[in-house]
Design a protein around this ligand. Structure first.
Ligand SMILES: Cc1cc2nc3c(=O)[nH]c(=O)nc-3n(C[C@H](O)[C@H](O)[C@H](O)COP(=O)(O)OP(=O)(O)OC[C@H]3O[C@@H](n4cnc5c(N)ncnc54)[C@H](O)[C@@H]3O)c2cc1C
Length: 305
């Protein structure tokens, strides 16, 4: 019986584990090795680590934990958690059943990329999700936003204001973009039918008609999914965010299931390594408090269906 099983051993999960480790609590971190930004050559905007490859940051996080004897790692995944507070059962993909008094969900989200040729290969390299994370490296150069929904206009206005005077929205058949407001902000709108993307130094977009267009990078706001994830299978309460569902949490990252905490990308509509680390630490501390004082951090009220 572990005090805590943490499902997802990346930025949020490892940060949660450190708080629990420092209270000498027994913690098992399960992870199957697919952090969300793994294809990015560098993570930006993370104090002390700005421009460092994400894998390198995670190696350091794990190295910190290696000094604590109550922390164990398991390279495996779980899709099946059952039981209740003080008696959860986590079944691993390899068939092991692990028991725990508390669960922290930090397994992140799955990006749903537009199904267009070339987008997947360029994801994290020249197809980017966030101006704060990767905009500075391409500032002042021609940029595009590939629309996946109305948030595309929001991204385009941000980029035009503070990153580049040369911004194009690739409409990609998406309705609901305020084209008048885009034009008023001197943002180009290109509604041609998209054929494919080719990545090199920058990125070239080929359309069904007319000349190709070259950009330093294309931004998209990806939809995210939690379908089939441990959070959904456990039945924790969700909220709807602009890009997809996320787990509803309270001030100490508690969910609406007693003994279950959640942090990182799966528990917020805005994603960033710093937020994941901060919320992870809060989940670790909250979870520890709940082990000591079971009524101190009550679970959230269930919302009516
Ligand atoms: C392309 C890209 C680039 C980015 N660049 C930046 C950047 O430069 N700066 C920045 O601040 N943010 C960046 N982000 C956002 C950042 O990646 C996330 O905010 C951060 O990774 C969230 O951390 P997390 O711990 O919540 O989830 P993740 O890092 O996604 O980790 C979740 C972990 O859980 C594991 N897992 C999933 N399911 C299971 C399961 N069922 N069982 C066991 N383990 C499981 C996964 O393998 C993974 O290791 C970027 C995002 C993307 C998509």
């Amino acid at each position: 019986m572990f005090d805590v099983v943490i499902v997802g051993g990346s930025f949020a999960g490892l940060s949660a584990a450190l708080q629990l480790a420092r209270a000498s609590r027994s913690v098992l971190i399960m992870d199957d090795g697919h952090p969300r930004n793994r294809m990015s050559p560098a993570a930006h905007g993370v104090p002390g680590w700005d421009g460092v490859p994400p894998a390198e940051i995670l190696i350091r996080f794990r190295a910190d934990l290696a000094g604590y004897p109550t922390v164990s790692f398991l390279n495996d995944r779980t899709d099946d958690i059952s039981g209740a507070v003080d008696a959860f059962e986590v079944t691993t993909q390899s068939g092991e059943c692990i028991r725990a008094r508390r669960i922290i969900l930090t397994h992140g989200v799955r990006d749903i990329l537009p199904d267009l040729p070339g987008v997947g290969d360029a994801w994290g390299l020249t197809v980017l999700h966030c101006p704060y994370c990767h905009g500075y490296e391409v500032k002042g150069r021609p940029l595009a936003v590939l629309a996946t929904g109305p948030m595309a206009a929001h991204q385009a206005h941000m980029l035009r204001a503070d990153w580049s005077e040369d911004v194009t929205v690739l409409v990609n058949g998406v309705d609901g973009l305020d084209q008048q407001a885009l034009s008023a902000a001197r943002i180009r709108v290109d509604a041609r039918t998209f054929l494919r993307l080719e990545s090199g130094d920058g990125i070239r977009v080929t359309f069904q008609d007319g000349p190709a267009a070259d950009f330093a990078a294309i931004f998209i706001a990806p939809k995210v999914d939690l379908a089939g994830s441990p959070a959904v299978r456990l039945g924790v309460g969700m909220s709807d965010g602009p890009m997809g569902p996320y787990v509803r949490t309270g001030p100490m990252q508690q969910t609406d299931i007693p003994g279950v905490f959640a942090a990182g990308d799966l528990a917020t509509p805005m994603w960033n390594v710093n937020f994941a680390v901060g919320d992870g630490a809060r989940a670790g501390a909250g979870c520890h408090q709940s082990l000591l004082f079971p009524d101190f951090i009550p679970a959230l009220e269930k919302e009516a269906a």
